[in-house]
Design a protein. Structure first.
Length: 100
């Protein structure tokens, strides 16, 4: 068996910061339970990290069976750090199942 080459290639040097120009509109999809408080809770959490985000613009889509609620929050992202912090906050929230 030959050893694996771990030399960084072109794909390793291109990060999402290279693909995005800040500031930019950035949609974030969040999935969680279809509970009355889910959308309000997530809207408030996104607003904490993005003060110009209006929770009233949160797009809601129920799952086919109605057990889950998909949310899309389109924010005006100002930096990669802001996106990373927001993703960590959303991913660690107990009501959130998936963040894309």
């Amino acid at each position: 068996m030959k050893p694996v080459d771990r030399t960084p290639g072109p794909a390793d040097t291109i990060g999402t910061s290279d693909l995005l120009t800040f500031p930019c509109e950035f949609p974030i999809k969040i999935m969680g339970p279809a509970e009355p408080s889910f959308a309000d809770t997530i809207g408030a959490l996104v607003h904490q990290h993005c003060p110009d985000f209006d929770p009233a613009t949160l797009v809601q889509r129920p799952s086919r069976a109605g057990n889950y609620l998909g949310l899309t929050a389109t924010i005006q992202a100002i930096s990669r750090e802001q996106l990373d912090t927001l993703y960590r906050a959303l991913s660690s929230h107990p009501m959130v199942r998936v963040v894309l």
